[in-house]
Design a protein around this ligand. Structure first.
Ligand code: ARG
Length: 488
């Protein structure tokens, strides 16, 4: 019995450690919610150098670029603190409409279609569309006609996607991030990509070049997106833009951002150098993954116990609720559940959960269903005779459950519970799609920063493996100790 409690304590300590390791990451989170007095929440898709992009400065991952510089000026004029929410470009409009962010600065072109759902400031920058190709195909695309039937990469939800859709027979690959599109081009999955000239400049090297073909679009402009009806902010934004233009600040910001962008990363680092250079990013990621999984497990166990009680209850309606919960949650993908909680709830009810809150909710709601089934199987797996024997010795129902049934049930399902914990750690990587800065997210950031497609993910895999391995070893020991006490 003493041994059992020692290992239980060890396990609990480990779980506690999981929770404790994260607050540091917690505090430096980028997941602020919407307008609270002095905060200005900026929505952007930081894959668009020199407009907005990630850059490691003094070992810390930062979002920089001339859009960000403009945002800082706006915040300064408003006397507000700037909070940046980085997300996929096509998530920006919904985020603005639902109030998750206050404004969008993301090199966004004020198209008529977009103007129907949001308002735009005065334009602050002009650019042109270009086609980039692999250097071997330099002369293959002299005009737009040559691009017909080609495989073309574009950013999801962008005007480049619309341009691509206008090319007859073209097979479009629409992706979230520009860097992914360039990677697709490098790895020959697409033949060409449509991007803006200022942005293309950052990718041109001996492998990627400009094609002669250019889309016959006139110049496009970039403007700042603001929620319809928020005229106060619109006026303030236009005032700041006017000031910046009159001081010729915007050109200066573009130059500075371009210099930062041109300061290229070393692409030939091996996996150890890579890990060492970006260890800070991975550490933050580990903090968030641990926090997500620990709280996901914690609330998952609570939900699981409640649902399990429902399923074993005498009242038909409670049993029905329990069964429905389990069936629905197990029968739908976690990614869909996440989207419903993060976007669905906010757009429909105006409740904006941060990525962390939505992530923890999704993980616990999801694992609750699996844990409920595990608990139920455990309780039902204990021989009926045990209960009868206990009762005939004069134990009450509750006491028999507590002292006779539950300890045996727990022992029997421990391996299954352990598996579920390991699963949660791995599944938590899904939360990265809403911008949760976990291990998976950081691996993508490192990929975007270094243009290495393999090593950043191998490192992530190794980290996940170490975490799950330690956990299952600890669980294994606990199991063996319980088994040993049985044999005595
Ligand atoms: N100007 C284009 C548009 O409005 C592309 C903007 C993409 N911006 C970004 N941050 N990735 O559709």
């Amino acid at each position: 019995m003493k041994l059992i409690s020692r290992y239980t304590v060890m396990l609990l300590t480990f779980l506690l450690f999981l929770t404790a390791a994260a607050p540091a990451a917690f505090a430096s989170g980028t997941t602020g919610s919407s307008t609270s007095g002095k905060k200005l929440v900026l929505g952007t898709s930081a894959d668009f150098a020199p407009y907005e992009f990630h850059k490691v400065i003094n070992g810390k991952d930062e979002i920089v670029g001339f859009d960000i510089a403009i945002a800082k000026e706006i915040a300064k004029d408003l006397g507000a603190e700037l909070v940046i929410e980085d997300m996929g470009f096509d998530g920006l409009l919904p985020a603005l409409q639902s109030g998750r962010v206050d404004l969008v600065i993301s090199g966004m072109t004020p198209t008529d279609e977009r103007k129907q759902s949001i308002d735009f400031s005065d334009p602050y920058y002009k650019s042109k569309q270009v086609i980039i190709v692999r250097s071997a195909d330099k002369d293959k695309y002299p005009d737009m006609k040559a691009l017909e039937n080609a495989k073309i990469g574009v950013q999801k939800g962008s005007i480049q996607e619309t341009i691509g859709q206008g090319i007859p027979g073209a097979k479009l690959t629409s992706l979230d991030k520009i860097s992914d599109i360039v990677l697709q081009l490098q790895t020959k999955r697409v033949d060409a990509a449509i991007v803006e000239d200022t942005v293309a400049a950052g990718y041109l090297d001996d492998m990627i070049v400009l094609a002669k073909a250019v889309p016959d679009e006139e110049q496009v402009e970039a403007a700042i997106g603001i929620r319809k009806g928020n005229t106060e902010l619109l006026t303030a934004v236009n005032k700041t833009l006017e000031r910046l233009k009159s001081e010729d600040k915007i050109n200066q910001m573009v130059t500075e951002a371009s210099l930062l962008m041109a300061d290229k990363v070393n692409k030939k680092q091996n996996i150890f150098q890579l890990f060492w250079q970006y260890k800070g990013l991975y550490a933050t990621g580990i903090g968030y993954t641990l926090l997500l999984s620990a709280l996901g497990v914690f609330f998952g166990v609570i939900i699981g116990l409640i649902i399990c009680l429902f399923r074993l209850h005498n009242m038909a309606i409670l049993r029905w609720i329990g069964t429905t919960y389990v069936e629905v949650i197990r029968g739908t993908p976690m990614l869909v559940q996440l989207m419903i909680i993060y976007y669905g709830v906010s757009l429909t009810f105006g409740i904006n959960f941060t990525a962390l809150q939505a992530g923890i909710m999704t993980l616990s709601i999801n694992s609750g269903a699996y844990l409920a089934e595990i608990f139920r199987a455990g309780i039902q797996g204990v021989d009926r005779g045990q209960l009868e024997a206990a009762r005939s010795l004069g134990m009450g129902r509750g006491a028999a459950m507590r002292y006779i049934i539950l300890p045996q049930a727990f022992k029997a399902v421990l391996p299954a519970i352990g598996n579920e914990f390991v699963t949660i750690i791995k599944e938590s990587s899904i939360i990265s799609v809403i911008g949760m800065v976990d291990i998976m997210y950081q691996a993508s950031v490192v990929k975007n920063l270094t243009f290495q497609g393999l090593n950043p993910f191998i490192i992530a895999a190794a980290i996940y493996f170490v975490m799950t391995f330690i956990l299952s070893k600890l669980l294994g020991r606990l199991e063996r100790k319980l088994g040993a006490s049985d044999r005595r």
